[in-house]
Design a protein around this ligand. Structure first.
Ligand SMILES: Nc1ncnc2c1ncn2[C@@H]1O[C@H](COP(=O)(O)OS(=O)(=O)O)[C@@H](OP(=O)(O)O)[C@H]1O
Length: 600
């Protein structure tokens, strides 16, 4: 009679008297009446568990729970060893939760004794739990072979991608690189599986080993493991990638020969014989490696991830990869912030921590200086390979265009801050400025407005003329001004248009951006910004894009640390800390500048 009352009460009751919810929803298998297992309750660790012997070793099936409020309990997870799954172990554990709960209610406590006699009736008792949004997923966690692998490329940004993906509740990723398909294949799949993190049914298990992409045996071996596995490749401009690779080699063995010596056969770049056997070079032959993968996997099964965009627009790239993995888009821009000091996007709250987190020092470190001529040669060398890669993937990664010339979106206003005239002589300086701006002109062709802001020892001369702190010059100046301000006149000739306004000041002082029609403002910093001298007031409807060369990344943070600026920080939509370009004018000082990729 008591049992009937209980069943009646549970089935028709609109909701259980104790609120039960599940963090990772699951459907329990029906409780087997012949299960004779001892469920123990560990109150300190809030879990119920059953001791089991799996392959001669002691293991446990564990159900973790958490009290929420006065009457609530969250069933957090149920972890059952694989060989015991489908036998009702999870149901047995969940039953104990019920029993543990109902001991506080006399009528239920009495009735509960009947469960030992009619244990399969537990299925009915579970009904209210099952209603709570968790049907269709197994609670039990297990170690599974990965369904997704980040196969490359080295120095492409694979660590950042993995760390970012880990934010997703439906992703379980192995932290270290297992190197199974390239180095440890003989250890067998069981060994490989044992390395994987435990995952719930429905969660995607991931690992990353960038070396797979260039290992000849990997495609076949991975295909043998699974035809369905999803492959992710993070690619980055092969020249930058090679320099990054070399920077890492150098950091480990400081006595290695120079980049140039290793990159060119016979050690001479004059001959232009690139050494394709040197791994920093050969890894960048993306098309060549891809051919091997395409012999086993259709192209749709491989997602090509833009390494550069991972820096400029992490949320956008993460969105695409979540789609590819068939996951709900949970990782969005609210998970990232741009760390000015690091010069890279970092996580506001990484997995398992509430503190912001950037990747370690070896990720995003300054590269060794490589002569621009060498870079040009290498770019030329990679050009046909890149083109082929574009054709194979059907994507343009933007490495063919000289990145210096990739224009920001139309309607972007550009303010350029520079001290480009740190070179020795005035004539050199002028030559430098002229070339720089002719390039800049092409770059910002679509920009409706260019704001130029110069300061330097050499340009101080024409600046003397413009005594006014924020002189606004439009069109050609008067004779004297023209004579004394060749640089300025050059700029005016080349840049002035009905839409252009130029602001000039000899000091970094107050600057008000009157860019009412502009939606975006791009601030390019390639020179030191003196602390305490500059205030930028950007109207709140505008978005600010800041870009700088690495050397002056701190300068930009200085800008934003300045008084009055903080109020405008919400405008900041992107900061490009990547895409470093050297620009060589034949003077002894190469000018480094930075033109970013814009995530707007
Ligand atoms: N958010 C963020 N933080 C730091 N670094 C970032 C980030 N996103 C991409 N990157 C780029 O990742 C580059 C390192 O690539 P990998 O992680 O694939 O390197 S490795 O192959 O695992 O050694 C690393 O290369 P270097 O800049 O040459 O150090 C970075 O440019």
């Amino acid at each position: 009679m008591a049992l009937q009352k209980l069943i009646f009460r549970v089935i028709i009751s609109p909701r259980p008297f104790v609120n039960i919810s599940k963090k990772h929803g699951c459907a329990f298998s029906v409780l087997h009446s012949d299960l004779n297992m001892q469920v123990e309750h560990d109150r300190t660790n809030s879990c119920f568990f059953i001791r089991l012997v799996v392959e001669g070793k002691l293991d446990k099936a564990v159900l973790r729970y958490k009290f929420t409020g006065k009457n609530g309990i969250d069933l957090l997870s149920t972890d059952v060893p694989e060989s015991f799954r489908g036998k009702g172990v999870a149901a047995l554990l969940s039953k104990e939760v019920w029993l543990g709960l109902i001991t506080s209610k006399r009528s239920f406590r009495d009735s509960s004794r009947n469960f030992s006699l009619f244990s399969s009736l537990w299925w009915f008792v579970r009904a209210p739990v099952a209603q709570i949004n968790h049907v269709g997923r197994g609670c039990a966690t297990s170690r599974r072979l990965p369904q997704g692998i980040i196969i490359g490329v080295k120095k492409g940004g694979t660590r950042a991608l993995l760390e970012f993906l880990r934010l997703h509740p439906d992703i379980r990723a192995l932290g270290s690189e297992p190197h199974f398909f390239d180095r440890h294949y003989s250890r067998g799949l069981n060994w490989y599986r044992s390395l994987m993190p435990k995952a719930l049914e429905g969660q995607v298990v991931l690992e990353k080993t960038p070396r797979y992409y260039v290992t000849v045996e990997s495609p076949n071996r991975i295909h043998t493991m699974s035809r369905e596995v999803k492959l992710i490749v993070v690619v980055r401009d092969p020249v930058t990638r090679a320099i990054s690779d070399y920077t890492q080699i150098l950091s480990k063995s400081p006595s290695v020969p120079t980049f140039e010596t290793l990159a060119f056969r016979n050690g001479t770049e004059e001959k232009f014989e690139v050494d394709t056997l040197w791994s920093p070079i050969s890894i960048g032959l993306y098309a060549l490696h891809l051919e091997r993968w395409l012999a086993y996997f259709p192209i749709e099964q491989i997602h090509f991830f833009h390494g550069e965009r991972l820096v400029s627009n992490p949320a956008g790239e993460l969105g695409r990869v979540q789609d590819f993995l068939g996951l709900q888009k949970i990782i969005t821009d609210k998970h990232f912030y741009f760390n000015m000091t690091k010069g890279f996007p970092c996580l506001k709250k990484p997995e398992g921590s509430s503190k912001p987190h950037c990747l370690g020092k070896t990720k995003g470190r300054p590269h060794v200086d490589i002569h621009p001529q060498v870079i040009r040669r290498l770019k030329l060398f990679y050009q046909p390979h890149n083109l082929r890669f574009y054709h194979m993937t059907g994507q343009d990664f933007g490495w063919l265009r000289n990145p210096e010339f990739s224009p920001p979106p139309t309607g972007t206003a550009v303010m350029y801050i520079s001290h480009i005239c740190s070179v020795k002589s005035s004539s050199n300086c002028f030559c430098l400025i002229r070339s720089f701006f002719s390039m800049f002109r092409r770059l910002y062709l679509n920009s409706r407005m260019v704001l130029v802001y110069l300061f330097s020892a050499v340009t101080a001369e024409p600046m003397q003329v413009a005594k006014e702190p924020h002189a606004r010059l439009e069109g050609r100046g008067n004779g004297q001004r023209e004579k004394k301000m060749p640089v300025w006149n050059f700029l005016m000739r080349n840049f002035s248009s009905p839409d252009s306004q130029m602001y000039w000041t000899s000091r970094l002082s107050f600057m008000l951006l009157l860019l009412k029609r502009m939606q975006y403002v791009c601030l390019v910093v390639t020179g030191p910004v003196q602390k305490g001298l500059t205030t930028f007031l950007v109207p709140s409807h505008q978005k600010l894009v800041v870009t700088a060369d690495r050397a002056h990344a701190n300068a930009t943070s200085t800008v934003f640390r300045l008084r009055h600026c903080t109020a405008n920080l919400h405008n900041l939509v992107a900061f490009s800390g990547q895409a470093e370009h050297q620009w060589w004018m034949g003077t002894s000082d190469p000018v480094r500048f930075h033109v970013g990729y814009y995530s707007i």
